[in-house]
Design a protein around this ligand. Sequence first.
Ligand SMILES: [Zn+2]
Length: 305
Amino acid sequence: MRVWSHDHLSFPLPAGHRFPAGKYGLLRERVEQAGLVGPGEVLRPEPVAWAALHAVHDDALLERIRSGGLAIREERALGLPWSEQLVLRARSAVAGTVAAARHALDRGIAMNLGGGTHHAGRDFARGYCLFNDVAVATRALRAAQVAERVLVVDCDVHQGDGTAQVLGPDAGAFTLSLHGARNYPFKRIPSDLDLDLETGTGDEAYLAALDAALDRALAAFGIPDVAFYLAGADPWEGDRLGRLALTKPGLRMRDDLVLDRLGELGVPVAVVLAGGYAPDVRDTVDINAATAAAVAARYRWNDTS
Ligand SMILES: [Zn+2]
């Protein structure tokens, strides 16, 4: 299958920083070694145009990001040091999600080996998230008149506050977020449907909650034209930040549940990575690679295009 990866782009980080910069390259290597992609099927997204970002984000915020003019408190909230490379890489990650979403409309499912930057809102960039890729892709699909109604299934362990701010009030979008009740962000912006899960929630209770939440979201919103699935690896029991205690098999069942439910309804799904902060990055990569395998198993091969 075709996937997008921006792992060729790096940016300066202080030694010991907990952002898992290494996971992107390791994940690309894993999906190649597993034979999930063939030669030439890992595509490098070109940075998304600033105009596409302006369709979602505040002009003044984008100008500060572009010029390196973020205030000290903004850079602290972002959690990453500003650099031109950081901005270029973030624009490329967004482009990967836009491309994956368009590809999903053709193949039923597609994946960006990046993205899921759900803490970026209209006028703020925080929690390692500069731009909200899912919101930008939503607007891009509408501008291209290829999809209108969008469902966001956010299974990262952190609440999708930025997505909620941008797409919550959007009648053509439904935002569902399942997250740890005691995880960041501590000041929430409500999604259309938020599920706060207790610390230590394990596989069984999590899967039951997800199943019921999907029912509620689909009943409230109807069948969307496209869905975005944020397959965060941070609900894993060994994650440094997450508090939900899911096992790796449990996370695979989570992926299957989301992808089967949407697949049965004929909804194209664009899958993005979101977070993952295992002490050993290879554990995060295991989880992300299992998601990629779940995507590959559902990918509609189409030799005519
Ligand atoms: Zn997260």
